[in-house]
Design a protein around this ligand. Sequence first.
Ligand SMILES: CC(C)(COP(=O)(O)OP(=O)(O)OC[C@H]1O[C@@H](n2cnc3c(N)ncnc32)[C@H](O)[C@@H]1OP(=O)(O)O)[C@@H](O)C(=O)NCCC(=O)NCCS
Length: 150
Amino acid sequence: MPPVRVRAVRRADLPEVIALDATVTGLHKADYWQRVYRRYGVGGQGLRHFLVATAGARVVGFVIGEVRDWEFGSPPCGWVFAIDVDPQARQQGVGTLLLSAMRQRFERVGVRTLRTMLASDNHLILSFFRSQGLRAGRLIPLELEVGAPS
Ligand SMILES: CC(C)(COP(=O)(O)OP(=O)(O)OC[C@H]1O[C@@H](n2cnc3c(N)ncnc32)[C@H](O)[C@@H]1OP(=O)(O)O)[C@@H](O)C(=O)NCCC(=O)NCCS
């Protein structure tokens, strides 16, 4: 694989991002990705980031994150919402490069905690985040099914 670089997403990257997401989720969500691009790709003001990893001209991964203040009583922290690496480019350090680039952007604005959420049965992503130093935190998610007749 050619050397990997991480940079901010461009509109022209979206078809590759959409295709990459579809390989992981099985869903082709073009409208969703246009909205994500508008919110995180161009309107970030230093607090929202949508980064891609490229190898030559090819997009081989992406990460999306945002600094959020005082939610859940927490000082500003950096949330990572999504990270995906092309299955052909995995286990070569691309995920590590993407997360590290996001972490640097969080640190630049004084953030001291990086957070994410993951499905408890997704062992791959859990293994990756653990390799990056993430551990179970103080907050726990709670859920309620709504909208169904009770
Ligand atoms: C998780 C993911 C981002 C990792 O990307 P990657 O480029 O392969 O990661 P790296 O090469 O930087 O690996 C870093 C570490 O993660 C762990 N890791 C990565 N792939 C692994 C695997 N298949 N099995 C176990 N551990 C793994 C290892 O500890 C690895 O360190 P090592 O290479 O020293 O063993 C990638 O596998 C992926 O996109 N998976 C699907 C994403 C997904 O499910 N997203 C949904 C939630 S947003």
